[in-house]
Design a protein around this ligand. Sequence first.
Ligand code: MN
Length: 230
Amino acid sequence: MKPLIGITPCSRVDDYVESIRRAGGEPRVLDNSDDPERALRELDGLVLTGGLDVDPLLYGETPHETTATAPERDQFEIPLSRAAVALDIPLLAICRGVQVLNVASGGTLVQDIPSAIASDLNHSIEVPKDHCAHPVRVERGTQLAKALGSSADLETCPVNSRHHQSVGRVAPGFITAAVSSDGIIEAIERTNASFCVGVQWHPENFWRTGEFSGLFSRFVEAARARVKTG
Ligand code: MN
């Protein structure tokens, strides 16, 4: 039986669905009006997808002028993330998803990278979706490093980049798993979890060429292990 993977609804959900399918999972796009705990009870794994910004009030800040929020998504995804972490349901968080995960777990965000740090990198390259914008350094020994492969050259990994915010203070229980050369946190993960990884880039845009197939495979494997052990 294929593990059932919930995907939070977003404007470009097809690439997430295809990435999960190719990794051997059964994708199910959720609805913001679902009851978070009830939705989770049926799932073996959860993908938090990309989209607009998390409401800064949720981490104790007033909104920056560039911040654009999605209240109906926050209301569903924050409790969904907390419940998934509490139940140790395998979780892969992408772009807005990693920001939701970090805030839901007690961390903060950088609200606007261009006005917050001096960087020679462009983190907002919209098209083409699979254009590699900058490399990230993947921390050795992390779940992310294991998922991407063990060869030494994967320590530096080119990624796409469509974000103006990033993880600020990493939530308790989480570690930084990847950073870009300007110090922006590009991935976090929860220690002592079956699989709980969040990336700031968009690995789902690469299903045609498979650069990040290992990340989806490892996530779906963790969800499958959960099915087996009940
Ligand atoms: Mn970036």
